[in-house]
Ligand binder design. Sequence first.
Ligand SMILES: [Zn+2]
Length: 74
Amino acid sequence: MAENEQTKVCPKCGKQLQEGYIPDRFYANFQVWVSGQPEKRFLGGGLDLDGKTTLNITTFRCQTCAYLESYAKG
Ligand SMILES: [Zn+2]
C-alpha cells in the first residue's frame, strides 16, 4: 500500500504536508483539492495513450499556509 511513507514538509514554511489529490472531474467550475487517496476507478475501456507512461498525481497540501505540491508517483 504505502510504499514510501515518509513525512513531506512544506518548502515554504516547513510544516507538515497532508496527502490528497485533485480529482479530474467537475464538482463546480473550479478545481478542488481532496484529502486522502483517490478511489481507483477506471471507466470502461480506459484511455488510449499510445503506450505512454501514465502516473497518478498526488498533491500534498500544507496545513499551515495552504501551499500545494504535486508528485507523479511511479
Ligand atoms: Zn506551508
